[in-house]
Design a protein. Sequence first.
Length: 433
Amino acid sequence: MPIMCKLPFNWQTTDEAVERGKSLHKVGCELLLLHKHSAEKINASISKKDWDSVKVIRESVSLPIIVDVGLSSKWEVDECIEYTGVQGVTASESLEGNPSLFCKKQPPVLDVVRQYLELCKVHPTSISNIKHHINGFCGFYLSRFHDLSTSLKEVQSLEGIEQLMEELGENISKLSGKELKSLTSLRRKKEWRKRGRDRKKEEGTKVVKERDENHIPKIVLKKLQKERVGNAMKSDAQRVAIDFTVIDCMLNKEISKLAGQLMRLYGCNMKSTSPVHLYLTGLETGGVVYRECERQSFDFTKILASVSEKSYLTLFDADDVVYLTPDSPNVLDQLNKDKVYIIGGLVDHQVRKDKTKSLAEEKGLCTARLPIDKYMELKDISPKKKKSGKHAFSIVLSVNQVFEILLKFHETQDWRQALGTCVPQRKGLVLKT
Ligand SMILES: C[S@@+](CC[C@H](N)C(=O)[O-])C[C@H]1O[C@@H](n2cnc3c(N)ncnc32)[C@H](O)[C@@H]1O
């Protein structure tokens, strides 16, 4: 069982933390969670001054590191990860006020409120708790409508709160564009932007200048992306399909992860300079995956991908199909435009070995695995094992990671680059020299 250790640190005690981290590594710890420890507070939020300390710890201790920070925006998370090189961050209190903190595009606040209230029906909690959260989500809207804000203080049932939120929605819909704009740029957003501006100031004007020179207006960029993907769908571009016929024994939380992965891989294809023709096959309209994707704001009516309830075997000639599976004896060398590469739409936490391999072989299909073992090796492999060659490993990646590797290879024709950028560091693999 992997062991994670929580390690207190602050910028004044970096060396001590490095020593402790190394000792923990020696005794078998596999993941470190750094949390700032100040004289006054055990879990203080970390400031930029501490980032250097985190960076030093990360570079000195060969363990994946997660850092516990007081986040206020996705922007801050990305910046912290990029600066310190840590493998992840944790968030707690800030998610209370904004559960979509990690989303690139923030969903409408009232959608978040509705989803939250639905969850309260499934997992009952106290009315005061609900009010506390509602205030966190949309306090800045409520502050514009004082009578609603007062009614919320008095209401004593979930139904009452739901009704007030509907009224809030109606009131908001009656606001003029200008009023709405000024309202939505209230407190929190202002704070976020201010933080952003301060950071940029701190780092000087260089970054800003670089950005200006390469700047393409967002609207033009989106149009360009849509054109590229639209062309890939019309022309004889490389085809990659996700097979949703294998979802049968998945748990609800796995379905939810799969939907998240699907959205991520779709986004990557949209942003790629060399997109593929993406097929979502065997995807039942109104089925569990479909509904979960919709719940996570994926709009099937607008997407640029071929979506079908039919299985890939009905859509494509079996001879053109290559089923990607981590357990295949064949190594994928090239992408062939005449072939369709199928990725199993599967999240299996308790890895069901050979699942897609057996299914594909039963149907007499070609299979292949990514050339991970050809180009990469385990970071901490002993020289003895390395010499004997007895360190074969099978690496099971998630649907979006496999898709991103294919996409990167499609773009660069370079497996080293594709694997080097897309295989997550936590897999403990490095490119062979
Ligand atoms: C989370 S994996 C599921 C693994 C599952 N045990 C199986 O038998 O396929 C999801 C899908 O990603 C693809 N995949 C994952 N790792 C791969 C690898 N190393 N090589 C080729 N395909 C891979 C496969 O299509 C797989 O079905």
